[in-house]
Ligand binder design. Sequence first.
Ligand code: GDP
Length: 315
Amino acid sequence: MTGRGFVLALSGGIGGAKLALGLCRVLPPGALTVVANTGDDFTHLGLSISPDLDTLLYTLAGIDNPATGWGRRDESWTFMAALETLGGETWFRLGDGDLATHVERTRRLRAGESLSSITDDFRRRLGITARLLPMSDDPVRTRLLTDEGWLDFQDYFVRRRCAPAVRKIVFEGAAAARPQPQFRAALADDDLRLVVICPSNPLISIDPILAVAGVRDALKACPAPVVAVSPIIAGRAVKGPTAKMMAELGLPVDAAAVARHYAGLIDCFIVDEADGPALDGVEVATVAARTLMESMADRETLARVVLNAAGARQR
Ligand code: GDP
């Protein structure tokens, strides 16, 4: 792939942000737009929290916490400790620096500013050259039907630590939500060179983005190739509940099942060298590579693999 045009990456939090950082570092400044899942967003302690946007902001700014995978590096916890003393809710951990993000976002949302505009200002202030967009400025809320009944996303993910078995996942509001305007425009832009579906959880990080009204059709119609990277390596998720959820929903826990999940949308699937290149029942072209991103070099190398795969596969 040449340096011309721009790349659009669809991402959740931890896994997606790692590849987004690799792409940001190997592409020219301004040549990357990242679209984040906002189905995990919720209101907590009166604050508007956008976990995937924040993981992307902190990761792309180089201030992420590598130990937790969420929140900020070198964080202090005075607020949380004080809240605990007062008997407040502490199941969702908010570090002192992280708290500033939520307080400021909430203040500006209440003053009538859009989530897009606030996010764009935050990313500029944090020195991020990539554009970062919420999938929509309209609310979409992921909810899960589990063996303990219906749960809001953060109740399932953080409070219950993904323990309940998942039966069904819905994205409330998605069918009526409008894609963020720059996201919608990007999918029809002649300058779009590539769409990357990052190695995020397909069921709760990428599916909410695809569920926003018109996104799936726009992706099918977009002139640029679409390349997805597997979040499943050798039958396991690197982190989080992806494998557990796939099994509970009756899917085989392997990279091929992820590729089949994206059938009709993608032109190329990047699979770990432990799994591919041949995948059972997968008709789309596959490329085998090291997909575990431990070091910064791993992130950049995988980003180059993705860009090269796209260059070989114009629509
Ligand atoms: P969340 O919103 O924070 O859960 O983040 P994502 O959905 O973006 O990321 C979770 C997914 O990332 C899991 O399915 C992991 O298996 C995957 N993941 C995390 N790190 C890596 C990695 O280094 N390589 C690959 N291929 N997948 C990864």
